[in-house]
Design a protein around this ligand. Structure first.
Ligand SMILES: [Zn+2]
Length: 342
């Protein structure tokens, strides 16, 4: 029987809730402001009210598999608590999963937002034809997700996949994690703007300085526009992004030898500005990529694919919706196999 899930993307500014059926069709999506400043209890109540009205509206759409909630930060998968989240500071050590389950009487899965995006790309996007993949989300920060055998890899206690904190410059720019020179400091939207400001301050980028004084929106997107218009300083910044990604992804390729690495998030729309450098550098920086790049293997042989994400900003919603469906299927499998063996 067909079923459906309710997916939630609990971002720092927006709360997005969607109804997605098991065929991967989004039936409805609602977006509201998160109003994080009004506190945890307020946000949870708003979220539960919105979910409840959607479950009433779609009660004839099939069986409700459950609710998947994507949250930025570390999630303790055993307890269903948000251990640390940059946007939801008063949520630490609060049993979110239990509380939402209690209010709604439905199974809830809490997941890191980048992991949810990886699952969305695995289900319906760039990773749909593979069982193993890694995903990078290039946004305000850099997040990651790894899917192995069709399931998310969580590590020992849900902290795996911090691909944005791969060290790529031993004495590089300080990072929010306490380290220096993390990938996030060279490949996020925040880093792109910072690198542009650094270039202006150093006096090496008069073209960027002119742009910063002018009408151009001084964001990673604005700097991308300058790059594609041929401004050398903006192009140089995106080449730096490409090189940083090659170092980070190259290490992953050496370690895991996965068939596909997907790059999503807002910055991925600047693909043509950073990808040529990234591919060039990957052959130098990754031993395994140098052997398994698409143009280095015989036609039809297994090769490493590094590609842009396909699901846009809805990847996390599709992934969050998929998780309760997989959990339900796994449960059914267990029931079936125990019936067969008895
Ligand atoms: Zn870091």
């Amino acid at each position: 029987m067909s079923n459906y899930s309710i997916a939630v993307d609990l971002g720092g500014t927006n709360l997005r809730i969607a109804v997605v059926n098991s065929e991967g069709k989004m039936l409805e999506k609602v977006t509201t402001g998160t109003e994080v400043q009004r506190g945890r209890d307020y946000v949870i109540r708003e979220m539960c009210d919105a979910i409840q009205s959607l479950t009433v509206k779609y009660r004839n759409a099939g069986e409700l598999a459950g609710i998947g909630i994507g949250v930025p930060g570390f999630i303790d998968m055993d307890t269903g608590m948000v251990m640390r989240s940059p946007n939801l500071q008063d949520w630490a050590n609060f049993p979110v999963r239990e509380e939402v389950e209690r209010r709604l009487g439905t199974k809830v899965i809490l997941e890191n937002d980048a992991n949810a995006a990886a699952m969305g790309e695995k289900w319906l996007g760039a990773g749909r034809n593979t069982d193993h993949m890694a995903m990078y989300t290039l946004g305000t920060g850099v997040g990651g997700g790894i899917v192995l055998y069709g399931r998310l890899w969580h590590g020992m206690n849900g902290m795996a996949n911090e691909l944005g904190h791969f060290n790529i410059e031993s004495e590089g720019h300080p990072c929010g994690c306490g380290g220096h020179g993390c990938l996030e400091q060279y490949a996020s939207a925040t880093a792109i703007v910072r690198m542009a400001r650094e270039a202006i301050e150093s006096g090496d980028a008069p073209d960027l300085a002119d742009a910063a004084r002018g009408d151009v929106e001084f964001t990673s997107r604005g700097i991308y526009q300058l790059a594609i218009q041929g401004h050398p300083s903006a192009q140089k910044i995106y080449r730096r992004v490409g090189r940083a990604l090659a170092i980070g992804i190259g290490s992953m390729i050496n370690a895991l030898n996965l068939p596909i690495y997907v790059i999503g998030g807002g910055v991925s729309s600047a693909w043509d500005a950073f990808a040529p450098t990234m591919f060039e550098e990957l052959k130098i920086r990754s031993f395994i990529y140098s052997i398994t790049a698409p143009d280095r293997v015989e036609k039809g042989q297994k090769h490493t694919v590094v590609t842009i994400a396909l699901m846009g900003s809805d990847a996390g919603l599709y992934g969050a919706a998929r998780l309760p469906m997989l959990a339900l299927a796994a449960q059914t499998d267990v029931v079936h196999s125990s019936t067969q063996t008895s």
